[in-house]
Design a protein around this ligand. Sequence first.
Ligand SMILES: NC(=O)c1ccc[n+]([C@@H]2O[C@H](COP(=O)([O-])OP(=O)(O)OC[C@H]3O[C@@H](n4cnc5c(N)ncnc54)[C@H](OP(=O)(O)O)[C@@H]3O)[C@@H](O)[C@H]2O)c1
Length: 276
Amino acid sequence: MTTLNIIGGGRVGKTLGHLFHAAHVFQVQGVLTRSQPGALQASGFIGAGMAHSRLADMPQADVWMLAVPDAQIATVAVALADLVGSQPRPAMAFHCSGALSSGELAPLHRLGWHVASAHCLLSFARPELALTQFANTPCALEGDVLAVPVLEAAFAQIGARCFTLSAEHKLLYHAGAVFATNFLPVLQDLAEQLWQHSGMPPELVLQLRERLLNNAVNNIVALGPQAALTGPAARGDQALVATQGLAVSRWNCDAGAAYQALSLLAGKMATRLPVS
Ligand SMILES: NC(=O)c1ccc[n+]([C@@H]2O[C@H](COP(=O)([O-])OP(=O)(O)OC[C@H]3O[C@@H](n4cnc5c(N)ncnc54)[C@H](OP(=O)(O)O)[C@@H]3O)[C@@H](O)[C@H]2O)c1
């Protein structure tokens, strides 16, 4: 079986490691984080792999998955290239970032390694939850012509739906994911703060969280975003948008700026010709 080393045992490393191991896609060899307890916890969750906290102690492997935070990918790639520079058999490496391309792994590419990036479009909030949500998750692949088909087969075996992206589109592609998933909790938090500030009973705030979010999701899924849009900006009520924007700005200037920017986009979206 193809062997896998995992660098980074957080939400994505643990989830993908567990799935690859359980589906017998890869034989997990080593799991690395910067602390031994973290690595032990990750390998325990994955159900395979020796825990390590020093890169130099990692065994050899056919494939290396870098599931470290985006800001660490280039540093880890340099460290790995320094370590394996003399290794006779080049391997394959991929990272899991949605925004960054396989270019981050250039030091390994220069050694003859095949490199790629594989981004699963799922909010990995908690690994236990992500395991149950993973089936049919879209996975954006980008990189070497030899690495992409290997990853396509591996991710398909754990239930992902792979597609390819070019490196220059990754930043905007990932911005789409940020808008679709990361900003939703931010907007919900602002709404709940405003309701609490206005004196709404806390139990009602909690009730509204589920109710309004479910209604909004159902409407968007059934009608599409444009037809699901309601509210003052969509109605073209500029006077209310202006006074409400001012009130929100007085309460919190960042929230006021967001209100104004989103109202502008909502107004444009409401008057845009529908996409057939
Ligand atoms: N979370 C998501 O929803 C999501 C979705 C798709 C893709 N991604 C991508 O997946 C990657 C990992 O994200 P994540 O959310 O799993 O991050 P995370 O939960 O913060 O986990 C990062 C892991 O990397 C380890 N680490 C950090 N720096 C390291 C280093 N220099 N050497 C070795 N281990 C290191 C951390 O442990 P120590 O600090 O103990 O070393 C931790 O185990 C990122 O590229 C991210 O963009 C995330």
